[in-house]
Design a protein around this ligand. Structure first.
Ligand code: 13P
Ligand code: SF4
Length: 310
């Protein structure tokens, strides 16, 4: 099937099955362009909670599909490739995380949304990079907190809020590998460019960034800024929306340590293709399934997040 035929068939199937396609900013441009909604992980969860569609196709990674299913158990949730995981979610298996939580019984447990349903079930409040600061600041100043799994985000929030949260030692394979040296060279080459960084990046990048924020925050900053050039230190898929919203501006993807690989792309996110999206709608698989006992526990900290960030 040609790309045009795939697009046409996806549109027909979507209508026929009362399905909605939600896509993250890191998806391939052609998937972003066919989605009903493109957003960051918070916005995707908010859409999943309120949609009246019967079927949600979540073009993102597994934890995003799981979050949609946890919030909308009556709907069927599919993702184009069930193997689309996340290095952060994988860095935090439920067993060891439970031991960590049990070793600190007087701590409130905050988990980044990039976690499995089983880890969310051990959590008091879920956060995304959009609302992590707001949620931590909503807790009393002397509250003891565990934060997992992203240590860079946790460290950044500790710095912003003056807290001393206990951090799980996890990182994202994309954000952990940007090269400081090569970014400094780029800054010399483009002296007027502003550096935009996702808080999953290491401290040495966040310290020199002109703006630190979630994917939606980076996009908004670039759109509202009078500046014309930006170096973007997050997964390169975001450049599609940045360029679409700002055709007159220049966006330069931050380079990885290893100049021979496309490491500034998330290989999990890129497992989803237009063809897999078509097959997923046609065959109604692969489907996201969440154990009901786990779901009932995991929904509480997600709903708490949605209430605080409403
Ligand atoms: P956002 O919440 O900023 O969309 O980030 C999700 C993510 O996976 C970042 O790597
Ligand atoms: Fe996970 Fe990193 Fe991919 Fe985001 S970019 S989904 S944190 S592996």
């Amino acid at each position: 099937m040609t790309k045009e035929e795939l697009v046409q068939n996806i549109k027909l199937l979507k209508k026929e099955k009362n399905a909605i396609i939600l896509a993250h900013y890191y998806q391939e441009p052609e998937i972003q362009d066919i989605a009903d909604f493109v957003g960051d992980s918070l916005a995707l969860a908010q859409w999943a909670a309120k949609t009246s569609a019967d079927i949600i196709v979540l073009c993102g990674v597994h934890f995003m599909g799981e979050t949609a299913k946890i919030l909308s158990p009556e709907k069927r949730v599919f993702i184009p490739d069930l193997n689309a995981g996340c290095s952060l979610a994988e860095s935090c298996p439920a067993g060891p995380f439970e031991e960590f939580v049990n070793a600190h019984p007087d701590h409130t447990v905050i988990s980044y949304v990039n976690t499995t349903a089983a880890v969310k079930a051990l959590t008091d409040i879920v956060v995304t990079s959009t609302n992590a600061r707001q949620i931590v600041e909503s807790l009393p100043e002397d509250e003891k907190i565990i934060f997992g799994p992203d240590k860079n985000l946790g460290d950044y929030i500790n710095k912003l809020t003056g807290r001393n949260m206990l951090l799980w030692d996890g990182v994202c394979h994309v954000h952990a590998q940007f090269s400081l040296e090569r970014i400094l060279e780029l800054k010399k080459e483009y002296p007027n460019a502003l550096l935009l960084a996702h808080p999953e990046c290491p401290k040495y990048l966040l310290e020199i960034a002109d703006h630190v924020g979630s994917t939606s925050s980076i996009l908004k900053f670039a759109t509202n800024s009078e500046n014309k050039q930006f170096i973007v230190a997050t997964e390169a898929g975001i450049l599609h929306q940045m360029q679409k919203e700002n055709p007159e501006k220049e966006f330069i993807p931050a380079p990885p340590e290893d100049s021979t690989c496309a490491c500034n792309e998330c290989f999990y996110m890129k497992m989803n293709t237009l063809e897999k999206l078509y097959l997923c709608l046609k065959n109604e698989k692969p489907e996201i399934v969440v154990d009901e006992e786990v779901r009932v526990k995991a929904v509480k900290p997600i709903e708490r997040m949605l209430e605080i960030s409403a």
